[in-house]
Design a protein around this ligand. Structure first.
Ligand code: HEC
Length: 468
């Protein structure tokens, strides 16, 4: 229908709510207390979203409803949108020296060095990716839109809330994860093919087809303080204009919240690499987490590999209690991990969580990701119209074939996850692309739902696969 849907009726908007184990669309809230014995249950009647009125649907750098306050003299985010016009040739891919299956740590550390190059050690210009002296990185257009849209200091978007007690038993208030993703030159070329004029014209969704060697990284910051969550002590900090209403009974998920300048701390770096050696998915996803006890001089040295995955292990099901995934490598030490108390780890039932574990059944996810899901499983659903696919049931059913079987298929990048009534565009594992496309059309009140014949897709043309 050509009417706005509430955030919780859309796949991307609902993910945050699902991650938080919070109320969605007025349904009774699952108990947030599961995350930690000390976490209070959510009220069941949190307000639903009233979409912010948007006067103009031209591209913006950040959500214009939240402008810099008078006298602000800090940085103001400007997305890097001067995408390469040709597919860049001869780009270094230092991770390719390593076999990600047997040299997973080396692979991730090579990617880390590449990501840091020209982006860190520049003081106030850190991550000002358009002026990186080594190579330019790029941002996704159309991420400014909505209550969780880009804030004005660093372009962060709200990814998910953490209920009181979810990160640490000492956590008294709502805390939020805010993040920003950057696309390297090869990935940036594809952004420019989809968003030909920086997002002013309709996206060419059939061009969402990343070339081999594309690398995307995402910095995830938490608003948690070290006094509540000691693991974040010494982490890299940014000021950001984020939700300030931390004591509300309801999370700022359904309705957004007032914003104000707050210190946020880097706890996770996500990495996605298109690597044709991952024959079943064509993507390798990995992450680094902040470990305050790791050796090294700077907070950047202390971002340590947590793991990587190149497939979903479709054979692995909830009935196989004593089996581990073979397509995820997780360097997680249950005894010494700095994130041992994070939601989804400490509270896992022993039948699924008897070994190092961050996602469903030991597959890779992150400390601020959904423990019932995994990187590739969630990202494989990227398409427009959205697939609305989430793990259902409790965590011990996360890979139960009857409940959640389709989520654990291995599908190659560029494959539609769920064929909709309307023509469907695979977005090659990019959930930011999916979010951006939804934002573009939601702003115009012409969003398309997967199962709704009354909302035909915008461009009923066949997908053209060029790079695999
Ligand atoms: C439950 C779903 C879910 C899981 C699990 C998940 N992500 Fe994401 N990821 C998202 C969403 C949604 C976005 C888009 C940003 C947003 O709207 O929050 C995203 C964005 C990203 C991006 C930015 C690039 C892009 O175009 O999407 C990267 C890189 C990324 N995730 C990597 C990872 C890694 C690595 C893991 C595992 C450690 C992971 N993700 C686990 C949902 C998920």
């Amino acid at each position: 229908m050509n009417t706005p849907r509430s955030r919780c009726e859309t796949v991307l908007g609902c993910i945050a709510a699902v991650l938080a184990l919070s109320a969605c669309g007025g349904a009774p809230a699952p108990s947030a207390a599961k995350a930690s014995p000390s976490a209070p249950a959510l009220p069941t009647a949190c307000p639903s979203l009233t979409p912010t009125a948007v006067a103009d649907c031209s591209p913006h750098d950040y959500n214009p409803a939240y402008k810099p306050p008078p006298g602000w003299n800090g940085p103001v985010f400007k997305p890097s949108l001067a995408f390469p016009k040709q597919l860049p040739k001869d780009q270094p891919t230092p991770w390719m020296k390593y076999d990600f299956k047997t040299q997973a740590k080396e692979y991730l550390m090579a990617a880390r060095a590449y990501i840091y190059e020209g982006n860190v050690g520049r003081g106030a210009s850190d991550w000002d990716v358009a002026t990186n002296p080594v190579r330019t990185w790029y941002h996704m257009p159309w991420r400014w839109y909505g209550d969780h849209g880009r804030e004005f200091v660093h372009g962060l978007t709200m990814e998910m809330p953490s209920a009181p007690g979810a990160l640490d038993p000492k956590q008294k208030d709502w805390r939020y994860t805010w993040a920003v993703a950057m696309y390297g030159p090869v990935a940036g070329f594809t952004l420019g093919q989809v968003w030909r004029d920086g997002g002013a014209a309709p996206p060419d969704l059939k061009a969402a087809d990343f070339a081999s060697g594309a690398l995307v990284t995402k910095l995830l910051f938490t608003t948690a303080t070290a006094s509540e969550v000691p693991e974040v002590e010494g982490a890299y900090e940014w000021p950001a204009d984020v939700y300030t209403d931390v004591q509300s009974a309801c999370p700022c998920v359904t309705a957004g919240c007032p914003r104000g300048i707050t210190t946020v701390r880097l706890i996770q770096i996500d990495i996605a690499i298109k690597d044709p050696r991952a024959t079943e998915t064509v993507w390798v996803f990995g992450n680094l987490v902040y470990d305050k006890n790791a050796p090294g001089q700077s907070a950047w040295d202390k971002m340590v590999p947590l793991g990587l995955m190149w497939g979903n292990d479709p054979w692995l099901t909830a009935a196989m209690k004593d089996q581990k995934p073979k397509q995820s490598v997780v360097f997680y030490d249950r005894e010494t991990s700095p994130f041992a108390t994070f939601a989804g780890i400490a509270d896992l039932p022993p039948d699924v969580g008897g070994y190092e574990h961050l996602g469903c059944h030991g597959r890779l996810s992150g400390p601020v990701d959904n423990p019932k899901s995994a990187c590739l499983s969630c990202h494989a659903t990227s398409q427009y119209p959205p697939a609305n696919a989430f793990p259902r049931g409790n965590i011990s059913l996360c890979d139960d074939p009857a409940t959640n079987g389709p989520l654990w298929r291995n599908i190659p990048g560029g494959t539609v996850w769920k064929t909709c009534v309307a023509p469907t565009f695979a977005l090659d594992y990019s959930l930011e692309m999916a979010s951006a496309a939804q934002n573009y059309y939601q702003c115009r009140r012409v969003d398309t739902a997967c199962d709704d014949p009354a909302t035909p897709a915008k461009e009923p043309e066949a997908m053209v696969r060029r790079y695999q």
